[in-house]
Design a protein around this ligand. Structure first.
Ligand code: NAD
Ligand SMILES: O=C(O)C(=O)C[C@@H](O)[C@H](O)[C@H](O)COP(=O)(O)O
Ligand code: ZN
Length: 357
């Protein structure tokens, strides 16, 4: 059985299809979505051996002509060299404007492939098949695509919506524990920014998720609603960046290796919660609840060894920085946030000192 959440964007609307053991129907669903021609399936070295054959066969059976490209796993793959590599594959396989790409994997593959599709021939269609928890609840939905460059995280990219998002919950069975926890970080984010009941559900049993499908579906609903209201981040969409102002700086300064994105976001959310106590009247008790939940989800809540001046320098090139001032998403109570908040420099450093140690 499948369940659909719709991302409602007029003539660019698309379904997020959620179900178990549904990779076999990808080809038929792509056909139903009006896709045609050849397609380039992009995956990584961990995911491809597990799922690429199924996806390939399903697309072939539905009459498409698939070709595959398998990239190294991990954040460093979200770079311009791999983007050029995908353009080369697209050229070699004569991907024309009627063809499409399929991103099979986590957020790294989704962001990179989405940007390749957004820019190849000035834009061809693509499909997201997220296989990590993080990609299911966040990166595959909403059309933010892009790559990292040495100056910073996600600095080059485009808004380009997929035609379809296919979430096969069974693929989570092979996801490593650390990657699962990283995905739970973005799940907890939705609780803080939008849904206090979701936050409470996680608090009640942070190590056991009998209703994981429902939790994933709820996260997709929240993201779909935020994106419906503000596709290109003119305002409201900024709330999805809760914890990310610091997180992106941490990932960049640590060299995209030490911390997974979700882990950096967890540290960033602790930082944002503490800032919120100082500036938004968030109670110390609620700030501690956020911190306790993240720790219970097996996420890091401190980041020893990173130097504030390096982080501050990295923040200066973040895309949310305007006129040298980084913007933060802060919360006054669990379930509600404000975006675009500016802070005194001393406070930024003082609160960091409690986390960076
Ligand atoms: N576009 C957006 O809106 C958005 C939102 C959130 C995060 N992101 C981006 O997403 C990226 C992080 O995504 P991620 O956490 O999925 O990382 P990832 O793509 O590196 O995947 C995590 C790891 O798990 C492996 N993996 C994935 N699915 C698997 C499975 N089913 N079984 C076994 N192994 C599997 C991958 O090979 C990889 O090693 C970051 O670059 C982040 O910036 C983008
Ligand atoms: O979809 C969004 O909007 C988000 O902000 C989701 C974030 O979890 C994600 O990490 C996103 O890639 C951050 O985008 P950026 O434009 O701030 O780099
Ligand atoms: Zn994120």
């Amino acid at each position: 059985m499948t369940h659909d959440v719709t991302v409602d964007l007029g003539d660019r609307s698309y379904p997020i299809r959620i179900g178990s053991d549904i990779l076999d129907s990808l080809g038929a669903d792509c056909k139903a979505a009006g896709l045609t021609g050849r397609c380039l399936i992009v995956s990584d070295e961990n995911v491809a051996p597990l799922y690429a054959e199924n996806v390939f066969k399903s697309l072939e059976k539905a009459g498409f002509c698939p070709v595959s490209e398998v990239l190294p796993a991990g954040e460093p793959t979200k770079c311009h060299e791999q983007l050029l590599n995908l353009y080369a594959k697209a050229a070699e396989n004569r991907l024309d404007r009627k063809c499409f790409m399929v991103a099979l994997g986590g957020g790294v593959i989704g962001d990179l492939t989405g940007f390749a599709a957004a820019s190849w021939l000035r834009g061809i269609k693509f499909v997201q098949v997220p296989t990590s928890l993080l990609a299911m609840v966040d990166s595959s939905v909403g059309g933010k695509t892009g790559i990292n460059i040495p100056a910073g995280k996600n600095l080059v990219g485009a808004f380009h919506q997929p035609e379809l998002v296919m979430i096969d919950l069974d693929t989570l069975k092979t996801l490593p524990e650390r990657e699962f926890a990283a995905g739970m970080s973005e799940v907890a984010k939705y609780g803080v920014i939008w849904d206090s009941r979701l936050f409470q559900t996680l608090e009640k049993s942070p190590n056991d998720f009998p209703n994981l499908g429902k939790i994933i579906s709820r996260c997709c609903e929240i993201k779909a609603e935020v994106v419906r209201q503000d596709e290109r981040e003119g305002g409201l969409r900024g709330i999805l960046n809760f914890g990310h102002t610091l997180a992106h700086a941490i990932e960049n300064v640590a060299g995209y290796g030490q911390f997974l994105h979700g882990e950096a976001v967890a540290i960033g959310m602790v930082y944002a919660a503490r800032l919120s106590v100082a500036l938004k009247g968030l109670s110390v008790e609620e700030s501690e609840r956020i911190e306790k939940l993240l720790a219970a989800l097996k996420l890091p809540v401190t980041a020893p060894g990173l130097v504030w001046s390096d982080l501050r320098k990295a923040m200066a090139v973040d895309k949310k920085t305007v006129g040298g001032l980084p913007k933060f998403v802060l919360t006054d109570r669990i379930g509600h946030v404000d975006f675009g908040c500016e802070l005194p420099e001393e406070l930024m450093e003082e609160v960091w000192d409690g986390i960076g140690q």
